[in-house]
Ligand binder design. Structure first.
Ligand SMILES: [Zn+2]
Ligand SMILES: [Zn+2]
Length: 384
């Protein structure tokens, strides 16, 4: 048997004052260690993404295209949930390929498994989560995601069209992925796309996939009233700590009546989206305009010097906004950094005379190559 040695405190020759001091130091040390341990062990932190809500709508940050080891991805399904939650997303769908299963010697083909493994984790994190798959046949016709599915196995069909039909018949939201990824010729609109569209089996397109932007997809979404989408299509672990204007996951901002899966689906079917990809926000004018208005505020002007009036402009969204003047008032260009304020000189306004700033926001795209036009009213200048 091993002897247990116990240190007898009475044998230590310390003065009572020193003893009290050491006790105090000991308590503080224990507290510091506990604090450090707390930080090191649990305490996952979520970094919020700031895009304001709009009147009547919640702005949800959504990614509906990502892969796990159950197709050609490199992470376990629960990791996708944790990444998305930490990065401030509100809703995700894991969309493993139905047909392409390069890990199947190690991870057998089970179309529903990645969803089922991650569902409890999503619930724990209060992340909106729903069933998705990627129908991956040749290009053309290209790859298509079905989300809000009920039965993923039903998409494992012989014919491509039957797979899309099976998704749509389950009430899924179906979209065409990365349309131009193999070039414009391979991504052209064919009769088969017309068939999907006319059958109401096709509801949206990825205007952006990862860092790629597809102007043809953008154009067709506007022409055919399809929903504009942006997704990450991530395969590797996502090492990004937080989404910022400089570096972020490509995502879709969805304007939903409330924060629920049903509301999200309703908003997607109704086309209430804006895509955030690199330094651009891409969407229909009817959604970019209120998003801009909810994000940007021009404060009442102040007299900067004897003959110059200045205004403070606040940007409450996560994207930098690049403005180019079309009117006569204000600087030729203005950059509104994300989540910041700037002051600009608006000239020699006469007191009591209201003015306005007329600009094009170059990186808010209402159509390929076309920025959103905005007018910012300025209250009457104060008396000198
Ligand atoms: Zn794909
Ligand atoms: Zn994919």
């Amino acid at each position: 048997m091993r002897a247990v040695l116990r240190r007898n405190p009475r044998n230590l020759s310390v003065s009572p004052r020193k003893d009290r001091l050491m006790k105090k130091l000991g308590t503080s040390l224990v507290l510091v260690v506990l604090l450090l341990l707390g930080r090191a062990i649990g305490q996952e932190v979520r970094q919020e993404i700031h895009f304001p809500d709009m009147p009547g709508y919640r702005t949800l940050k959504v990614d509906m295209h990502m892969h796990t080891v159950f197709s050609d991805g490199l992470v376990w399904p629960t990791v996708r949930v944790d990444e998305a939650w930490r990065q401030g997303l509100d809703a995700i769908a894991i969309t493993d390929h139905i047909e392409y299963q390069p890990h199947k010697a190690d991870v057998p083909t089970q179309h529903a498994r990645s969803h089922d493994l991650a569902a409890a984790q999503a619930k724990e994190k209060n992340l909106l989560y729903f069933r998705g798959s990627e129908i991956t046949r040749d290009t053309p016709p290209g790859h298509f995601n079905g989300v809000f599915l009920k039965d993923q196995k039903a998409l494992d069909t012989k014919e491509f069209v039957d797979a899309v039909k099976a998704a749509a018949e389950q009430g899924a939201f179906v979209f065409w992925n990365h349309q131009g990824w193999k070039g414009e010729e391979a991504g052209r609109w064919l009769d088969v796309h017309t068939k999907l569209f006319e059958s109401k089996w096709l509801h949206g397109m990825e205007v952006c996939n990862g860092d790629s932007y597809y102007p043809s997809a953008h154009k067709w979404c506007l022409e055919k009233n399809l929903t504009l989408l942006g997704n990450s299509d991530i395969h590797e672990p996502d090492l990004l700590k937080r989404n910022t204007a400089a570096e972020h996951r490509t995502m879709t901002l969805v304007f939903a009546k409330e924060r629920s899966v049903d509301s999200l689906k309703e908003a997607l079917m109704a086309g209430r989206t804006v895509v955030w990809c690199k330094d651009q926000l891409i969407g229909r004018q009817e959604w970019l305009e209120p998003l801009f208005k909810a994000s940007v505020e021009v404060k009442p002007p102040h007299q900067g010097s004897k003959d110059a009036v200045w205004v403070e402009i606040v940007n409450r969204c996560e994207a930098d906004l690049q403005l180019e003047r079309v009117g006569k008032v204000g600087p030729a260009t203005i950059k509104l950094p994300a989540l910041s304020s700037i002051v600009v000189k608006i000239g020699t306004a006469k007191p009591g005379e209201p003015q306005q700033l007329s600009y094009t926001v170059k990186n808010l795209l209402v159509a390929p190559g076309t920025g959103l036009k905005v007018t910012l009213p300025i209250a009457a200048a104060p008396a000198k």
